[in-house]
Design a protein around this ligand. Structure first.
Ligand code: ZN
Length: 182
């Protein structure tokens, strides 16, 4: 079975659950190491820039994120480091809203223009179960909020200002920079 076929699609009730947090022992287990490796593989095969454990049916607070400038799904983005995020907590540092056309491997074929706060502090545990704190801004802030939403049962479509800004990506040759309609 190909990785992308393992990804649950909108409508699956597992995508709507609040995930359980990890203990430090669980984070350091061989089983979790294998899970992280599988998530990177599935994400790469599907051409994504982030993947959350609930998207493959595991209702636990784990997400992986890596922005890739070679991405075919997202243009004009810069490479980022590889983030492995357990048990995240988000704090908004700048409430100014910024919008991007988001896509989701669990909502194939669609894009939606979603506005979210532009700068946040994220506290989480990394794959060594060590506490980390980072500041994310701009597109990376949107990606973090999108992926971490998955851990709490939300999808980007819940965040749409207007359903008019939900479109099939095949219907337009270039994803517009701005929203289509209010
Ligand atoms: Zn998603």
């Amino acid at each position: 079975m190909f990785g992308h076929e393992l990804i649950l699609k909108m409508g699956n009730p597992l995508l709507r659950q609040v995930s359980k947090s990890f203990t430090k022992e669980e984070i350091l287990s061989e089983e979790t190491k294998e899970l992280i490796n599988n998530m990177w593989k599935i994400m790469a095969e599907a051409g994504g820039i982030g993947l959350a454990a609930p998207q493959i049916g595991i209702s636990k607070q784990l997400a992986v994120i890596r922005l890739d400038s070679e991405s075919e799904r997202y243009e004009n983005i810069e490479d980022s480091e590889e983030f492995v995020i357990f048990n995240p907590k988000l704090e908004v540092l700048d409430e100014t809203m910024q919008g991007f056309w988001e896509g989701c491997l669990s909502v194939p074929g669609l894009r939606g223009y979603v506005e979210r706060p532009r700068k946040l502090r994220i506290c989480y545990l990394d794959e060594k179960a060590e506490e980390r704190e980072i500041i994310v801004e701009d597109f990376l802030a949107t990606v973090f909020q999108h992926e971490l939403d998955h851990l709490f049962g939300f999808l980007y479509v819940d965040r749409l200002g207007s359903i008019k800004n939900l479109i099939f990506e095949n219907e337009i040759s270039d994803i517009p920079q701005e929203k289509v309609l209010d």
